[in-house]
Structures are given as C-alpha cells and as structure tokens.
Write a protein that binds this ligand. Structure first.
Ligand SMILES: Nc1nc2c(ncn2[C@@H]2O[C@H](COP(=O)(O)OP(=O)(O)OP(=O)(O)O)[C@@H](O)[C@H]2O)c(=O)[nH]1
Ligand SMILES: [Mg+2]
Length: 464
C-alpha cells in the first residue's frame, strides 16, 4: 500500500513527450515537466530568458540545435510549480506540426538528459502531487476517449469531482464513526458509548443506501461510457456476420456459405441513427466437436449475458417455431437484455412463410436490402431507451473499477450491520467499517497500490 505523499515533488526526474497526435497538423505541442523543465527549455530556446519568466506566460522565439542551427520557430508557455497541470515546473513548446519537426524538437529536449514520459505519466504526477484525486485522473482518460456527447459530459462531471465528493462524503462519515467506535474501545472499562447503537444503525443504513444508489447508476453509466452492447446471435449461417458488415459498411467479418464460419468474438462500434452502439458478432449456436468453434460458442453465450440487446437472427425459411424456441431459451440465458427476434433471408422464403412470421419481428434480407433501414431504426430506438433510463440520478458511476470498490464497500457495511444486529463487539464493527472505508478510499485514491496505479495510467496515451 502506498500512502499518497503530500504535494511535494522532490526527487522526481524531468520528463518530456509530444502531447498531440502524430501526423500532419498545424502545430504540435511538446510537454516538459519536472524540476529541470524550465532550465532545459531556456537552454535550447532563443528568445526571452525563460529562467526569469513568470508562470503562465507565453514567449515567442526559436529552438536551436546544439550547434546553434535553427530547428523551428515556436511559442513556449511557462508554468511554475505548483501552478501547473502536474504541479511541477512545466513548459509547453508549441512547434510546427508534422512528425519531423516535432520529433527533432523532442530529440533536442531529450538530448539535454531528460527522460521520455511513460503513458499517462503527466496525469499520474498530477495525481501524486495532489492536483486531482484518482477518480478525477481516470476521468481525464475517459474524456480523451469519449465518443459521444453524453460520455463527454459524464467524464467532465467526474473530472470536476462529482463522484469524489459523493464518495468522499460517505467515507468521511464512516471514518468519524470508526474513530468513535475505536475511542470507546479505549474506554471500555468506563463503559461510555461515543456512538449510540441507534446512531450506528442509522449511519450504516444511510451509507449503505447511498452506496447502492451509486452502484445502481453503473448499469446506465457503463452504457453512457461504452455505448449500448448489441449481440448478434443465432444458429450458424443465418447471416449474423453479413448483418455486422452491412451496419459497418465494410467487410469486417468473414462471410461464407459454410455454417460455423465465425469462431471468434468481433466487436465494433457503429453509429445507428445517431446512437452510438457496439455490435458484437458471435459464433453460431450449435453442437459441434470442433474445439475452436466450441470455444467461440462459449464466448457467444457469455456475450449473451452481458449484452444490453440481443439481436436473435433466424432463417426466415424455417418459420416461427424454431425461432420462438430459441428465443425462449436465450431469454433464460440472457442477463436481462432485451431479445429482438429478426428473420433474415426473406428473399429465399416462401410467401406463406413470410406472411406467418410477419409481425413477430423484423423480416429482412441482408442480401437484397429488405427491411434493413427499419431494423437499424428499431435498434437505435432500443439503444435510446436504454440511454434515457441512465440519465437520472445525482451520481453517475461509469467505471468498472469504481463499481467493484462500491460493491466491496457495500459488502463490508452489510457485514457491519449484521455484526451490530447480532450484538458483536465494537471491535468487529470497527474492523468492517475500516474495510468499507478502504474500499471507498481506493476510488478516490487515498490509499492505493502500485498495481492499481499502473493499471489505470497505462490506459492513457503518451503525453497525457
Ligand atoms: N439469400 C440470402 N443469403 C444470405 C443473406 N444473408 C446472408 N446470406 C448468406 O448466408 C451465408 C452465411 O452468412 P454469414 O453472414 O456468414 O452467416 P453467420 O450467421 O455469420 O454464420 P456463422 O458465422 O457460420 O454462424 C453467406 O453465404 C451469406 O452470403 C440473405 O439475406 N439472403
Ligand atoms: Mg458469422
């Protein structure tokens, strides 16, 4: 366990990286952070003396190589600790875009004995220096990866500290209670209660309810962050992969007339009528001796449980009965996702068969294009409804790590409640409270491990 240090950065080396994406662009921004940031920048900068420059000032000039040759015309912004993103001395060099120019400027900086930054290292330093807590640092990554307006809004809220405040508040009250309980342990002879049994019970109930509310928001929060997950399932050869390719507008999945073509798990993001969804193509469901295909089918069944919408494809030629039977089975296997029955290959089905299935679900032909716009609209509508359900409430959890911490916090509080009702000692009660406090502390990063930090910051891009 690492206790987060106080906002001092002594001993951190200086790091640099290009913060803008590679490729041709108007400008590229290079970031330097650490004790030596300003000294190194002033060494290679031909313009005002940066070592004397005040924080939050911008300076026009040139970057020169060691021999004095010009590398680029730049704008340098100086930030002085602790008033910077990382909390350290920082410099941002805006040079001309294009990979050659920015890379040469970066090389010039690295040649001054500065280390290239790891992914997420700037934000990691911001966290370690107390500029933001852990859930806010994670929000930075979410913000960068946001694909929709809603995801953007949700990550901004988290960055602004909404979740931290909600969780921090509950944690503070639990901390206070644990302190009181521990205090009464010290005065066990005197038989004084610093926290009455009624007060304890009330606190446990309230805190538990608040945490549950936060955890409940995760179902919707995940949808906002990752998009609605739509699984394409059904018997082999019914046209699942063909439908995926149609929605994507390209040949992503292999399509053949052989049953059992798809054996792997394919997931792709796509916009359907303005709704951002994730389409998942799976192996067709059937009994098989093929080891690889069996593995694919097992993954397909797992997907079924985690999908928000299950698009169950059936062959229109087979009529209603087999499709209904499969629907009944999959509804049982699903994790509560809505099952939408879709009949494909209507171009091959007899007119009477089509008449019999019409009204039981969309009837389409991926080959001929029949019914595809309607199906796309229908799926978008389902996705929109799921989104709407996720917009209510004051707190929004979008991150699986946070959901897991909440789950552990709730379990500890439940245990504490049981201990209290069974008349267990205050020692047991206090221990459970501490477990809940630690779980909540992990969300904001009050107490954390290197493993957790490495997991989080490796998701970032270099330069952030
Ligand atoms: N006639 C007709 N053929 C279709 C239609 N949709 C797909 N097919 C054909 O059906 C065959 C199977 O299509 P796939 O998309 O590979 O089916 P799948 O459900 O992914 O099959 P598996 O991956 O084996 O489970 C291919 O030959 C497709 O061209 C359709 O609407 N009409
Ligand atoms: Mg397939």
């Amino acid at each position: 366990m690492t206790q987060i240090p106080s906002p001092s950065t002594a001993g951190q080396d200086t790091i640099a990286a290009i913060a803008t994406p590679p490729g041709t662009a108007g400008i590229a921004v290079l970031r330097i952070s650490g004790d030596r940031a300003i000294a190194v920048a002033s060494e290679l900068f031909d313009g005002t003396d940066l070592s004397e420059a005040a924080g939050h000032t911008a300076h026009h000039g040139y970057v020169r190589d060691r021999g004095g040759g010009m590398l680029d015309e730049v704008l340098v912004t100086v930030f002085r600790a602790p008033h910077s993103y990382t909390g350290e001395h920082s410099v941002e060099i805006s040079c001309h875009g294009g990979s050659v120019v920015s890379k040469r400027v970066l090389q010039r900086v690295l040649d001054s004995g500065i280390r290239h930054a790891e992914p997420g290292e700037f934000t990691r330093r911001a966290f370690l220096n107390g500029k933001m807590d852990l859930s806010q640092a994670e929000a930075v990554a979410d913000l960068i990866h946001a694909q929709t307006d809603e995801a953007h809004r949700a990550s901004l809220q988290q960055l602004e500290g909404q979740l931290s405040r909600y969780v921090g508040n509950i944690r503070d009250r639990l901390l206070h209670a644990a302190g009181m309980l521990e205090l009464s342990l010290d005065f066990v002879e005197e038989d004084v209660d610093f926290l009455s049994a009624a007060e304890t019970a009330k606190l446990l109930t309230e805190a538990g309810e608040q945490l549950r509310r936060a955890l409940d928001s995760y179902a919707g929060g995940r949808i906002i962050r990752d998009g609605v997950r739509i699984a394409l399932v059904g018997a082999p050869n019914v046209g699942k992969s063909s439908l995926l390719n149609h929605f994507l507008g390209r040949r992503r999945a292999i399509v053949t007339d052989q049953p059992g073509t798809t054996r792997d798990y394919l997931e792709e993001a796509v916009l359907l009528h303005g709704e951002y969804v994730r389409l998942i193509d799976t192996a067709g469901l059937r009994h098989t001796d093929d080891v690889i295909e069996r593995e694919g089918i097992a993954i397909g069944r797992e997907t079924l449980r985690s999908a928000d919408v299950i698009c169950l494809l059936a062959d229109a030629r087979d009529g209603l009965d087999p499709a209904e039977a499969l629907r009944a089975q999959l509804t049982k296997e699903s994790g509560g996702g809505e099952v939408l029955l879709v009949f494909n290959k209507c171009d091959l089905a007899a007119r009477e068969t089509v008449a019999a299935i019409a009204g039981q679900g969309p009837v389409i032909s991926v080959l001929r294009g029949d019914g595809l716009p309607e199906l796309s609209r229908r799926l978008a509508e389902l996705a929109r409804e799921l989104h709407r359900g996720s917009e209510q409430g004051s707190v929004l959890v979008t991150n699986i790590r946070h959901a897991d911490c909440l789950r552990r916090g709730i379990a500890a509080l439940d245990e504490a409640q049981r201990a209290a009702s069974e008349g267990m000692t205050e020692e047991v009660l206090a221990a459970e409270l501490r477990r809940a406090i630690d779980a909540l502390g992990e969300i904001i990063g009050v107490v954390t491990t290197d493993d957790i930090l490495n997991g989080i910051f490796s998701r970032f891009c270099i330069g952030k």
